[in-house]
Structure formats: C-alpha cells, structure tokens
Design a protein around this ligand. Structure first.
Ligand code: RBF
Length: 215
C-alpha cells in the first residue's frame, strides 16, 4: 500500500518550537502505553526546539478528566503569565501572589538581582494523552464520545490548540502498536511523536494567524 494513501503526510516545513510553551496532560490508566506516548511527544517537542522549561507535564486519573484539566491549565497559564509580567514601574513580580513591600532593612546586604527563568507566557498548545481500551460495558463508548467532543470544545472556546492524543482502541494489542510497543515483529508507530509535531505546528500557526500573518 502506498505510504501516502493512509496516515499523516509529513509537513514540508520544519516548525520552530524554540519560542513555544506546551503542556502535556495525561491520564494514568494504561500507564505503560501512556509513558511511551509521552516520551514520543516530548522527543519531538525537543527535536523542534521546545525548551525543557517550556514543557509542563501534569497527570489526571483517567481520560474522562482530560478536558477539564486542559481547560483549567490553559486558564491558569494566563494568570501565571499576567502575574509574571513586568509591572508599570518596570519591576518583575516573580512571586505569583501579592505581598506588601517590606521596609528596607538597615543591616542586611541587598540580595543580588538574580535572573529567574519564570514562565511568562500562556500555553501555545496542549497535548491531551489518554488510552481508552474497550471493555465489556458501554463505558468505553460514553467516555470516548464525551472526551473527544469536550477536547474539541476546549480548543474552540480558548483558541489554544488541543492535540487529540487519546487512543480509542478495541484491545491491548492495538494500543501497544500505536505506542510503538507492538508485541509482534512489527512494533508499530509511536503516535505520541505525531502529537508532539502537531503541537509545534499548530502552536506556530495560531501564533502567526493571531498576528494576521498568512502564508
Ligand atoms: N480511563 C482511561 O483513561 N482509560 C480507560 O480505558 C478507562 N476505562 C474505564 C472503564 C471503566 C468501567 C470505568 C469506570 C472507568 C474507566 N476509566 C478509564 C476512567 C475514567 O476515565 C475516569 O477517570 C473515571 O470514570 C473517574 O471519572
């Protein structure tokens, strides 16, 4: 079968992630597979230049919790960015919360001004990673349906790309193969890698589009 018939065609452009901030939120169900997918995503983020301190990883119990986590992390990063922004006097507030100015001490040696690498920008993309494996009851269908719709809603409501890193598979083997962990001779492809690349590409597009720049 032709390699271009199915699956993702590689982009001609190598998007630069060096100025992007990306969150990964993952479920803990089916953790072995989740870990491989996260590793694949992180490897591609770094390959595209996303810096370590601009990759934030959080976990939630299961896939059902992913949409709320994405939504709240996107909102929280805006609060964080605002509280770290330079104030009108040109100072920087690294504390994240207000504290009244202290009277200058007459004895203490003034602390040197230290450049603290504090995150000061919202997330450019969020990758939601989960592995849903069909069981004997209808749970799978309900969770797949609601999670996929809710993740789409989060990205449309916030304008921040939410990469759909949720495997919805019929059995363990299908999940393992999609994480590059296949038990047969064919190990499969780690889709986490595609999600890392998609996050950098969509983060770059949205930043450019928001500046009114188009190809
Ligand atoms: N969460 C997953 O991420 N993957 C699953 O395959 C999965 N299967 C579940 C099956 C059942 C019967 C139940 C009750 C929950 C399952 N969950 C799964 C957890 C779910 O996403 C969520 O964390 C819990 O329902 C708590 O809200």
């Amino acid at each position: 079968m032709s390699s271009t018939l199915k699956g993702l065609v590689k982009s001609d452009v190598e998007y630069d992630g060096s100025n992007l901030r990306v969150a990964i939120v993952h479920a803990r169900w089916n953790k072995v597979i989740i870990d491989a997918l996260i590793a694949g995503a992180v490897a591609k983020l770094k390959e595209r230049g996303v810096q370590d301190n601009n990759i934030v990883i959080e976990s939630v119990p299961g896939s059902y919790e992913l949409p709320l986590a994405c939504s709240r992390m996107i909102a929280g990063a805006h609060v964080q960015a605002a509280s770290n922004a330079p104030d009108l006097l040109g100072g920087l507030n690294f504390s994240g919360s207000f504290s009244p100015p202290k009277a200058p001490s007459r004895t203490a040696t003034p602390a040197p001004a230290v450049a603290v690498a504090t995150p000061n920008r919202p997330f450019d993309a969020v990758i939601a990673i989960g592995v849903l494996i069909k069981g004997a009851t209808m749970h799978f269908e309900y969770i797949c349906e609601s999670v996929s719709h809710a993740l789409m809603k989060v990205q449309l409501d916030t304008g921040v790309p939410v990469i759909f890193g949720v495997l919805t598979v019929l059995n363990d083997d299908q999940a393992l193969e999609r994480a590059g962990l296949g038990r047969g001779a064919e190990k499969g492809h780690n889709h986490g890698e595609d999600w890392g690349l998609a996050a950098v590409e969509m983060g770059s597009h949205v930043r450019r589009w928001s500046e009114g720049k188009f190809a």
